[in-house]
Write a protein that binds this ligand. Structure first.
Ligand code: TRP
Length: 373
């Protein structure tokens, strides 16, 4: 984007001070937040100047963490009139596992979840990156622009390796943030709605774009993150949401399945419900979810429930979530009945992605002097 500050040090330069200290991390975060605020403004003033790309890994169905963290922002961008690119990041599935599982089924789930949530295939290009050879080829010049040391510093990659129990990091796990840069830059997206965990990847993308432009010719924008205003949502057990822990409410669950899942949600022994994120994180998380669904303040919800206790809290949450997701779930059922339509959406999306990726790769080759005939 034009006129955005350059906040990252060149990782190839010798270190002169602490690189990892929290001050540096929060500086980077502050800069990202400032860019996010600028994008908000742009959405109001000049939405046609925004091109959004975001992606999901097809590892299962989307859940309410995705919904409040990212999907709502996608839809806001779509409704503002921004150009929308929605990636199903199938190659990313094999970054932290050997087998992709039922990848076709999961791709279908992502199509269903996104379209049911309101993503409009007439406005959005929905595609799988394994179907777009020219996108993947961008990874070659991009890899030449990054150092192994900076790849090894990526905190999200380290976390993923840790939670997957990986001790020997594979080549793709180490380099997939560069592949993600290709995801974003092939269509010259300038806005990426993501959660905080994706910020290191977005910084990497900005660095790749900047170094390519400096070394060859100005081809790529430096995209900014659109950060969700929703606070971090925890799983029903109060720990980080994760499908493998069974602590998520999936968008596609039935109302009964949702009620059952929330009945088992962790609270604490204090009967009176108060909003205290520090001392009572599990209760605060459930209150936050109600607040997000109902568009009210969590503390006000706590006051209303008062000594109704955990039972009343969960009852109200179940109602709020089921009401919020009911239209989505109804659309999902309709879409499921029409597999030909889903295939058509993906076919058209992949065609368009290929056209744009080939045009960008042509520009890249020209910038690099690799045009011979
Ligand atoms: N890494 C993202 C995730 O795990 C998925 C993703 C792949 C993505 N490519 C992207 C997100 C490009 C934003 C932009 O959820």
């Amino acid at each position: 984007m034009v006129g955005t500050p350059r906040t990252l040090q060149n990782p190839f330069a010798p270190r002169t001070g602490p690189v990892r200290g929290s001050a540096v991390v929060s500086d980077t975060f502050r800069a990202a937040q400032a860019r996010s605020d600028e994008i908000e403004q742009q959405m109001a003033d000049d939405p046609a100047s925004l091109r959004m790309l975001t992606g999901d890994r097809p590892t299962g169905a989307l859940h309410i963490g995705h919904y409040f963290g990212s999907i709502r922002n996608r839809l806001r961008l779509q409704d503002s009139g921004a150009e929308i690119w929605q990636l199903i990041a199938d190659y990313q599935v094999i970054t932290d596992r050997d087998v992709a599982g039922d990848i076709a089924g999961n791709v279908r789930n992502l199509l269903l979840d996104n379209i049911a949530a309101g993503l409009d295939p007439e406005k959005a290009t929905i595609f799988t990156h394994s179907s777009v050879p020219a996108l993947n080829q961008l990874m070659l010049p991009f890899l030449s622009l990054v150092s192994v040391a900076e790849l090894q510093r990526n905190p999200t990659v380290k976390d993923e390796a840790k939670s997957a129990g990986i001790t020997s990091i594979g080549g793709l796990l180490l380099t997939y943030p560069v592949h993600q840069a290709a995801d974003i830059l092939f269509c010259k997206a300038n806005v990426v709605p993501v959660g905080r965990d994706q910020l290191p990847h977005l910084e990497q993308t900005r660095v790749v774009a900047r170094r390519f432009n400096d070394r060859y010719a100005p081809v790529f924008p430096e995209p900014g993150a659109l950060l969700s205003e929703a606070p971090l949502i925890l799983g029903t057990d109060g720990t980080k949401m994760s499908k493998s822990k069974g602590n998520v409410v999936e968008l596609r669950m039935t109302a009964d399945e949702t009620a059952k899942k929330l009945k088992g949600a962790k609270t604490d022994s204090d009967r009176v419900i108060t909003y205290d994120p520090e001392q009572r994180p599990e209760v605060a998380n459930l209150l936050t979810l109600i607040a997000l669904c109902e568009g009210v303040e969590p503390a006000a919800v706590a006051e209303e429930i008062g000594d109704g206790g955990g039972g009343a809290l969960k009852g109200r949450l179940t109602e709020a979530i089921n009401a919020e997701l009911a239209p989505l779930r109804a659309r999902r059922t309709e879409l499921e009945a029409d597999p030909g339509y889903l295939q058509d959406v993906l076919r058209r999306g992949n065609e368009r992605a290929n056209e744009v990726a080939e045009a960008t790769l042509d520009e890249v080759r020209a910038a690099m002097g690799m045009v011979y005939l």
